[in-house]
Design a protein around this ligand. Structure first.
Ligand code: SAM
Length: 330
């Protein structure tokens, strides 16, 4: 299928969209959700029909990869039906999901049946008490059950995303790394980013990718770099003989903006060309004002043209983006 490349002003092609299907979440992670939060009404968030119409236009512009996120995407009912319909769109080559895993044990089978083949689970600690402290909920066992169910069904890869925060969970790097010796999972350590105007983020809380890798390789012998099969921003490593991989995502200390190929759509239908920029384009208005595909495409092109060369947040920056992550979609 011929697809024109959706080009920004810095020689990058956009081929990947992350769509938040809800701003609601069944966890209350302090660094991700706002202290007081009133979720969007059903009328404010994009319907599945609107999401599908949008994706069809995006495919026509060169997008072939979709990730569903949130809030917590699995709290939205019948997500499997959306996935099945996305799968039917000619030109979509890759569908993925980012979830906290709380509902995954129950939903892994219908998601698989709908055609989903890979999944990222966010899990910041392997300690149930700490899990409750970070997330505000006592659901550690459910998440573990979700990861096990995903592995048993055959999702490949199952990635575990850990946001590393100094003094919160940076003493668990080795325990997470050791998981890759036992299971064919990708453990990915993510640098803590300044998101949310009232966020608790402090530069000193961020542990850099280099520090993470140094700590692991000091304690465990033989950590070696590997080349990623799928591209993507993670720098990957493997322990000797391990079926799994270890990755670091260094959005702060060594950003990868020059290879950024993504745009984001919030649950309430705003298009963001950069995770860390508050510039948004009101796609929902266009979708609901007749939804002329050419008008949708025009707004997408405008947003992509506005993509800045870099996110501009150095490690010590005080600037924060106004929305918290749960309302953007990570
Ligand atoms: N509820 C789903 C989940 O937990 O994966 C999807 C949405 S959540 C917003 C997506 C990811 O964003 C999670 O892995 C979360 O840890 C990450 N995240 C949230 N705030 C962050 C921050 N300030 N810096 C880095 N990652 C963050």
């Amino acid at each position: 299928m011929f697809r024109p490349a959706l080009q920004d002003g810095h020689n990058r092609s956009v081929s990947y969209v992350r769509i938040s299907v809800t701003d609601r979440c069944n966890l209350r992670c302090s660094y991700c959700s706002a202290p007081t939060f009133s979720p969007h009404s059903r009328a404010q968030i994009l319907s599945y029909e609107e999401i599908l119409r949008l994706v069809k236009v995006l495919v026509g512009l060169g997008v072939d990869k979709v990730r569903l996120t949130g809030g917590e995407p699995l709290v939205r009912r019948h997500l499997d039906s959306l996935i099945a319909r996305l799968n039917d769109i000619d030109g979509i080559n890759d569908i993925s999901l980012t979830t906290n895993g709380v509902l995954l044990e129950k939903l892994a089978a219908p998601l698989w049946a709908a055609g989903l083949r890979r999944v990222n689970v966010s899990l910041d600690t392997l300690n149930p008490l700490r899990f409750k402290k970070i997330t505000g909920r006592d659901y550690f066992d459910r998440v573990l059950g979700g990861i096990k169910a995903a592995l048993a069904i055959g999702f490949t890869p199952v990635k575990i995303n850990i946001v590393v925060m100094r003094g919160v969970n940076d003493d668990e790097l080795l325990a997470f790394a050791e998981l890759t010796r036992k299971y064919p999972i990708h453990v990915r350590f993510i640098e803590y980013m300044p998101i949310g105007s009232s966020s608790v983020w402090n530069p000193a809380d961020m542990v850099s990718g280099d520090q993470i890798i140094e700590q692991i390789s000091t304690e465990i012998a033989g950590l070696e770099p590997v080349v990623s099969e799928f591209g993507g921003p993670a720098r990957l490593y493997r322990l000797p003989g391990a079926p799994g991989k270890i990755g670091v995502i260094t959005a702060m200390s060594n950003h990868f903006c020059d290879s950024c190929n993504r745009i984001r759509v919030t649950a309430d239908g705003h298009l963001r060309a950069c995770l860390l920029s508050d510039k948004e384009f009101p796609l929902r208005e266009v979708l609901r004002a007749g939804g002329d595909p050419e008008k949708i495409a025009e707004m997408v092109r405008l947003a992509v043209a506005s993509k800045s060369a870099e996110h501009g947040l150095a490690c010590n920056s005080e600037r924060k983006c106004a929305r918290v992550m749960s309302t953007i979609g990570g």
